[in-house]
Write a protein that binds this ligand. Structure first.
Ligand SMILES: [Zn+2]
Length: 169
């Protein structure tokens, strides 16, 4: 498994203006970078970025340990940061990229935030809520459903989680 080094991460962070022309797989690469950074910090390695009209506006990894907050999943942290960046509780025209299928809480937050498109990497049969489990967006009580695309960087997302939990055992 190739782990992007710190210099690559810094170069990417220093060049956010390049994101306008970035294709979707590159945004998933940035989400993966956040997942690797979360792993380095001892968090469950899941990463997320939010893109508004082609501009990267928020990025985050899981922060449940750092924040001592069970709701600090990568998607929740990224949504909070995006809302702050836009000065709006509705993330209209925003697309969310996350390395793992979102859980029920995050699926609900994605719906409440009016996210336009959801891209996720690996499916999560145990904790996911999009194509697994409760399939939140298919519920009649879900009032905003984003377009959903799955399977981006699926292998690396899965391997990152596997190696993390292997090391912890
Ligand atoms: Zn979640």
């Amino acid at each position: 498994m190739r782990v992007p080094n710190a210099a690559v991460r810094r170069a990417r962070a220093a060049a956010p203006d390049l994101t306008e022309t970035m294709p979707t797989h590159t945004f998933m690469e940035l989400a993966l970078d956040e997942a690797y950074a979360a792993a380095d910090a001892g968090e469950v390695p899941i990463g997320c970025v939010i893109v508004c009209d082609g501009d990267l506006i928020a990025q985050a990894g899981n922060r449940t340990l750092a924040e001592r907050d069970p709701t600090a999943h990568a998607e929740m942290v990224a949504i909070r940061r995006a809302a702050e960046a836009l000065g709006s509780e509705r993330l209209v025209d925003c697309d969310l990229y996350v390395t793992l299928e979102p859980c029920t809480m995050c699926a609900a937050a994605i719906s409440f935030a009016r996210i336009r498109r959801l891209y996720f990497g690996a499916t999560d049969e145990k904790g996911g809520a999009i194509v697994s489990g409760v399939r939140f967006f298919a519920a009649p009580t879900c009032h905003h459903v984003p377009e959903v695309y799955s399977g981006l960087a699926e292998t690396r997302s899965t391997e990152l989680l596997r190696s993390f939990f292997r090391e912890r055992r």
